[in-house]
Design a protein around this ligand. Structure first.
Ligand SMILES: NC(=O)c1ccc[n+]([C@@H]2O[C@H](COP(=O)([O-])OP(=O)(O)OC[C@H]3O[C@@H](n4cnc5c(N)ncnc54)[C@H](OP(=O)(O)O)[C@@H]3O)[C@@H](O)[C@H]2O)c1
Length: 263
C-alpha cells in the first residue's frame, strides 16, 4: 500500500448518490478530510453529516461538473487537495440511430468534460507540490463498446484515453492517475440508463454493491495503481476483449441474440 489517507483532503464529485456516496463514507472511515460535490445540496448535506459522524472533517460544495467555472470554484473551496475522485456521471442508453443529440452532448459534458475541468483545476497545485492522486471512475463501457450504449461508451472511452495520457505526462512529477472501471453497480444510475437496453450477454455479469466500488476507489487513492476492473467476471471478459477483440464482440453479439430472442 502507498500513502495512507488520514488527514488527507479528498474531493469526491458525484457524492450525492450511489458510488460517490459510498466512496465518501469509505474515505471517512479511513479518516480523510472530505470535500463533497454534486448538484443536489440537500443530499450532500445529509451525506456530510454521516461522514462527520464517522469522525471525518467534511464540507460540501454544490457543483455542476459540466460547468468549468463550477469545477474551478470547487477546487478553490477545497484548498490543498491530496486526492481528486472524478466520479460524477450518468447515462442514457439508446441506439446510435435514435439517440437524441442533446443526450449525447450532455453525457459528454458531464462524464468527460467534468473530469477534464476538475483535473485541470487541481493539476497546477499538485504539480507544484510534486504529489497528489487523481482517481477517475470510468467503466468497462470505456474498454468495450456495447450495443445501445454508444453515447455513454464514447464518454468513458474518452475518460480512459484522457487518464492514460495524463498518467504518462505527470507520473514522473509525483502525480498519480488511477482508473476504476466497474461493471454493473446497484445504484440510481439505472433510473435514467434503463438496464433493459443493455445487450443481453452484458447482463450476465452480476451487479455489485457501490460499497465494493468505493473500496476499490479508496484503495486506488492509496496505491495509485493504473487500473482496477471489477468484479472478477468483468475483469476476465475485459482481458479477453483486449487480447482478442473480435472474439469478444462475436461472443457478445451471439449470446445477446440468443438471450434477447428468449426474453
Ligand atoms: N452504476 C453502474 O452500473 C456504473 C457502472 C460503471 C461506472 N459507473 C459510473 O459511476 C459513476 C457514478 O454513478 P452511480 O452508479 O453512482 O450513479 P448515481 O447513483 O446516479 O450517481 C451519480 C452521481 O453523479 C452526480 N452527477 C450527475 N451529473 C452531475 C453534474 N452535472 N455535476 C455534478 N454531479 C453530477 C449525481 O449528483 P447530482 O444529481 O446531485 O448532481 C450523483 O451524485 C458515474 O460516472 C458512472 O458512469 C456506474
Amino acid at each position: 500500500m502507498g500513502a495512507k489517507l488520514q488527514q488527507k483532503t479528498v474531493v469526491v464529485t458525484g457524492a450525492s448518490s450511489g458510488i460517490g456516496r459510498a466512496a465518501a463514507l469509505e474515505f471517512a472511515r479511513r479518516e480523510a478530510n472530505l470535500v463533497l460535490a454534486a448538484r443536489r445540496g440537500e443530499l450532500l448535506e445529509t451525506i456530510a453529516k454521516e461522514c462527520r459522524a464517522l469522525g471525518a472533517g467534511c464540507k460540501i460544495v454544490v457543483t455542476d461538473v459540466s460547468q468549468r467555472a463550477d469545477c474551478e470554484h470547487l477546487i478553490d473551496m477545497a484548498g490543498s487537495v491530496d486526492v481528486l475522485v472524478n466520479n460524477a456521471g450518468f447515462a442514457i442508453f439508446d441506439a446510435i440511430e435514435s439517440a437524441r443529440p442533446g443526450d449525447l452532448t450532455s453525457m459528454m459534458q458531464t462524464n468527460y468534460f467534468g473530469t477534464v475541468w476538475c483535473t485541470q483545476a487541481v493539476l497546477p497545485q499538485m504539480l507544484a507540490r510534486g504529489n497528489g492522486t487523481i482517481v477517475n471512475v470510468a467503466s468497462i463501457a470505456g474498454i468495450m463498446g456495447y450495443a445501445r450504449m454508444g453515447g455513454y461508451c464514447a464518454t468513458k472511452f474518452a475518460v480512459i484515453g484522457f487518464s492514460e495520457t495524463l498518467r504518462d505526462e505527470v507520473l514522473s512529477r509525483g502525480v498519480r492517475v488511477a482508473m476504476v472501471c466497474p461493471g454493473t453497480v446497484e445504484t440510481d444510475f439505472f433510473e435514467k440508463a434503463e438496464r433493459g437496453k443493455m445487450p443481453g450477454a452484458s447482463r450476465l455479469i452480476m451487479a455489485i454493491k457501490p460499497e465494493k466500488v468505493a473500496r476499490a476507489i479508496a484503495n486506488a487513492a492509496e496505491d495509485g495503481r493504473y487500473r482496477r476492473i471489477l468484479p472478477l467476471g468483468a475483469s476476465m471478459f475485459m482481458r479477453l476483449k483486449e487480447l482478442l477483440p473480435r472474439l469478444a464482440h462475436i461472443l457478445m453479439r451471439r449470446v445477446s441474440a440468443v438471450m434477447e430472442t428468449k426474453s
